[in-house]
Design a protein around this ligand. Sequence first.
Ligand SMILES: [Mg+2]
Length: 219
Amino acid sequence: MSPPYDLVCFDLDGTLVQGTVFIWQTLHDFFGTDGDRRRKAKDDFHAGRISYRQWFEHDLELLGEAGATRDLMLAAIAGVRPTPGGHQTLAVLREAGLGLAIISGSIDLVLHRHYGQVSFEEVLINHLSFDHRGALVGGTPTDFDVDRKGAGLLEIARRQQVDPKRVAFVGDNYNDVSAARAAGLAIAFNPRSEELVETADVVVEGDDLRGILPHLLDE
Ligand SMILES: [Mg+2]
């Protein structure tokens, strides 16, 4: 019997990794950037006064001013770990023949650090650039965070030639709601957002990501 889904899209922060709610906040806390400027940019984005790219570039500027380098950023995220059962969950899904994808507002550094050996069919995430000395020099923002995660899921489905109804999504927070709406099955894993709980088809609580597997595979 074949599984009811062809592809599973995962959020990263709080879903495939733990020890952070949003990696950006973890980085700003570590580097001690100006909280007022940080909050203003966040508010400006959510109020539609600046674009996601402007928010991203503003945050990189703050981190750059604070001396962020690749090594220091790795130190900043040292407390971030794969969610227990994360790697096993991906392996079981792969073994069952499902595709794997990332739709995340986190940064590629976190994904490479903890899931660098996993070959995802599609990865939608923010990319950072460092120079040869490791200094943070820029980056490329994702087009698919917050209200655009759902569009990202549909784009992945189109590219992979999969019916969106056969795409599952797993996430934990408010920025996952649009993806949860677009997916054929939405799983809220240890959700931190009431809106996501209300949107999701299934809520899975617990310390181990393998708790999602019964919902994705035929018994
Ligand atoms: Mg998350």
